[in-house]
Design a protein around this ligand. Structure first.
Ligand code: BEZ
Length: 396
């Protein structure tokens, strides 16, 4: 069809009243800007880690809500998968988000075994992934990759400083007890490394399959070994059960119990007095007494009618980190290089305290010494300032 003798297509449309605001035909960039950023949340919403998945989700969504529900002007669309903390289902569940839902960013997960499956797929597909909990050392170690970031910790990181804390107190012989899977193995190895390096004598490891909570036989064994101290890795519902069983077995007054802070975070309401006095090391705690933390805690409590814990902070920080990347790319998330560069150089103003990103994409952060007092994991000191994971095997 012709447009008339002296009129081109635009002049013709304008004359016909079909082109109103001049040349405002949207460019490809503008069209992309109108699309929502697709975020895949792969987390446990059932099982022993369900509460952790909910807290991470709440924290992430709170940070986005504080930015008006948008990042760099782009709305967010969430796609959610319950990974059940089941490593065997990890490839299928990750692909639901990557292939079926075509998410732009993967956020997950909690369980190190599930994380292993996610890392492999994210590396192959090149999908940007932010890990808001799972400590799997290899994720920012031997399997590190430009598109994989973590806002939580490596399993080594919060446990290693407790080794020195105990050795400095003259503790010589320790029994460790943990769920027998990646997180338990790496957390107790981190503790042992710090303990022996600082002068500790011996560490004997006891194990229970994940997510088993039948602790009786192991508690009897600990009573007969009579170590100077016990160091454990448990989290979520299993941690609450362990704390109660340890007290009920009468061991609390005989053999002091320590752990990485997952033992007591988010479980104090469920254990009554059984946790009083337990000391742990972690990158968050109660009573930090900074304006940043107070503001976060009051916003979280207002939004969710519950107190935040370390998992909520890690989810919140995952959104803060993503915001840094999306802002640097001015909302154009196809600009992966710009996003990654900005995220690598991010300085996150977190409720836990400001932290930066290591070369392997894991937080460099303070590890606090905490003690359970009432219903709080009260910060009583800094066990290790600005601790970076050794990132063994990372070639990036
Ligand atoms: C993990 O599997 O990496 C993990 C789970 C819960 C708390 C901390 C670490």
């Amino acid at each position: 069809m012709g447009f008339g003798r002296n009129l081109n297509r635009r002049q013709f449309l304008a004359q016909a009243g079909l082109l109103t605001a001049g040349a405002l035909l949207p460019t490809r960039f503008a069209l992309a800007q109108m699309q929502k950023i697709r975020i895949g949340l792969m987390l446990p919403y059932t099982g022993t880690y369900a509460q952790l998945g909910v807290a991470i989700t709440n924290g992430f969504k709170l940070a986005v809500a504080e930015r008006g529900g948008k990042l760099a002007g782009r709305e967010i669309e969430y796609f959610t998968v319950d990974d059940e903390s089941e490593p065997a289902k990890a490839p299928e569940n990750t692909n639901k988000l990557v292939q079926r839902d075509r998410v732009d960013v993967l956020v997950g997960t909690v369980h190190s075994g599930v994380q292993m499956g996610m890392v492999k797929i994210a590396k192959e597909a090149g999908t940007l992934m932010i890990i808001p909990n799972a400590g799997l050392d290899a994720a920012t170690g031997a399997l590190c990759a430009p598109n994989i970031f973590r806002t939580s910790f490596s399993n080594w990181q919060p446990s290693y400083p407790m080794g020195k804390v105990l050795a400095d107190r003259g503790v010589k012989n320790v029994v460790t007890l943990a769920w027998k899977y990646g997180a338990g193995e790496e957390a107790t190895a981190g503790f042992s490394e710090g303990f022996i390096k600082a002068g500790g004598k011996s560490v004997r490891g006891l194990w229970v399959p994940f997510p088993n909570v039948e602790f009786q036989a192991l508690l009897t064994e600990i009573a007969s070994i009579k170590p100077d101290a016990v160091f454990v890795f448990f989290a979520g519902g299993g941690a609450a059960k362990f704390i109660k069983d340890y007290a009920a077995a009468g061991l609390r007054k005989q053999i002091p119990l320590f752990g990485s802070g997952f033992l007591t975070d988010g479980v104090l309401d469920a254990v009554d007095d059984a946790a009083q006095g337990i000391e742990t090391t972690l990158h968050y705690g109660d009573g930090l007494d900074t304006k940043r933390d107070r503001d976060f805690r009051s916003a979280y409590s207002k939004a969710y009618k519950s107190d935040p814990d370390v998992y909520a902070v890690q989810g919140y920080d995952a959104a803060l980190l993503l915001a840094v990347g999306v802002n640097a790319a001015k909302g154009d998330i196809t600009k992966k290089k710009e996003m990654i560069a900005a995220m690598e150089n991010a300085k996150i103003d977190s409720p836990r305290g400001t932290w930066t990103m290591s070369k392997a994409h894991n937080p460099i952060q303070d590890i606090y010494l905490r003690k359970v007092v009432g219903r709080e994991n009260k910060v009583i000191g800094v066990a290790h300032k600005a601790l970076a994971d050794p990132a063994r095997g990372c070639k990036m």
